[in-house]
Write a protein that binds this ligand. Structure first.
Ligand SMILES: Cc1ncc(COP(=O)(O)O)c(C=O)c1O
Length: 371
């Protein structure tokens, strides 16, 4: 039987992710538009993007938060190009984005002492094998496989190398051990439902120390440069961006941060995301034709939930198309490089009632396609 209730919001994409409930572009504070980003007004908005991020995330006072170009990719690559090469590096990869950072380190930076620890989609690398005397590059939540690190217990408080963490689909959705992460990056377009284009770069004191004591042997484009005459460019971490940002995206980000605060801050955002995951976990437990791609329940993502369906790749595509044409769900096919399956975003901007409304439709679409 075709279900009768549809999700009110069909946007289940894993990036850009759904706008927050009640979002209205007309409600953004747009007095910065058409003004210089270096005017007092522009700098104030950009400064708030940094300071409000730090306050709402509860970052240690020693952390610096900057807005950088190129979305999350820009922030990660800026860190890799600025920091690596001082010692050996372990790169951990278990899906597409982690593999991309491994390619950067091995094929682009061509670091001689690089070790890539790799696992297949659905699995995670053996975290006990990581050597923290070396720099460590990893993704907190693998968005394309729905596999996350279970926690930060595997990272020692005392370590010689730096930890560089792409946490774009984890910040505002998972508890992060900030004192164990020397570099954290994320973009506005994920958990907050913000816009692409700008990335957030969070530096702990050990990363700053590296920046001020080490100069990489390769050239650095201007958009990657975090230091000037051997000193950290502190202005970047007060909203003096390297180049011109979109003030419209900044206004949108400040709106998203306000919303996070209104739902109880990070704890509230995590609770919404976990409630969404629970709905899917209950559905998977009750239906044997669908399963989590993540094999270990401790590594199941509560944001990018990736599911395997007992169908051919062609049939899964049909299922995804059918759900779109029925006006039930958009963009829930797995990532282009990942195994065929379904991926449902479960971050805070998604209403649990919409995830619940989607579940019977999955069963219906499966029955249609497999018939
Ligand atoms: C884990 C991870 N890293 C990096 C990216 C790239 O993000 P952006 O397109 O914001 O640069 C994504 C986007 O989906 C991602 O999921």
């Amino acid at each position: 039987m075709q279900p009768t209730v549809k999700p009110k919001n069909l946007n289940f994409s894993s990036g850009p992710c759904s706008k927050r409930p009640g979002y209205d572009v007309r409600a953004l504070q747009l007095d910065t538009l058409g003004r210089s980003h270096r005017s007092a007004l522009g700098k104030k908005a950009l400064g708030l993007a940094c300071s409000e991020t730090a306050r709402i995330l509860g970052l240690p006072e020693t952390c610096r938060v900057g807005v950088v170009p190129g979305s999350d990719t820009g922030a990660v690559e800026m860190a890799l190009w600025s920091l690596l090469g001082a010692r050996g590096v372990d790169v951990l990869a278990w899906e597409s984005f982690g593999s991309g950072w491994a390619t950067d380190v091995v094929k682009q930076l061509k670091l001689a002492d690089a070790r890539v620890l790799k696992a297949d989609y659905g699995a995670i690398v053996d975290l006990t094998q990581v050597n923290f005397d070396r720099d460590v590059v990893f993704t907190w939540n693998g968005t394309t496989s729905g596999v996350r690190v279970p926690n930060g217990d595997w990272i020692p408080a005392e370590r010689a190398g730096l930890t560089i963490c792409d946490a774009t689909s984890a910040v505002f959705a998972m508890d992060l051990p900030w004192d164990k992460l020397d570099v954290v990056t994320f973009s506005w377009q994920k958990v907050l439902g913000g816009e692409g284009a700008h990335g957030m770069l969070i530096l702990g004191p050990r990363a700053v120390e590296r920046l001020e004591s080490y100069t990489p042997p390769w050239p650095l484009p201007k958009v990657f440069r975090l230091t000037s005459a051997g000193k950290l460019s502190e202005g970047i971490f007060r909203g003096e961006t390297i180049n011109t940002p979109s003030m419209l995206c900044v206004a949108d980000y400040l709106d998203a941060l306000n919303w996070i605060e209104s739902i109880g801050g990070v704890a509230g955002a995590i609770a919404r995301s976990e409630a969404n995951l629970r709905v899917i976990a209950d559905f998977v437990a009750a239906n044997e034709w669908i399963s989590f791609l993540a094999t270990d329940p401790a590594t199941r993502s509560n944001t990018s939930v990736c599911l395997s369906v007992d169908l051919s790749a062609e049939q899964v595509k049909k299922m995804v198309k059918l759900l779109e044409s029925e006006g039930v769900a958009y963009d829930i096919g797995s990532y282009k490089d990942a195994p065929a399956g379904i991926r449902i975003w479960c971050g805070a901007t998604i209403e649990t009632s919409d995830v619940a409304a989607l579940m019977p439709w999955l069963a219906w679409a499966y029955a249609q396609v497999s018939a």
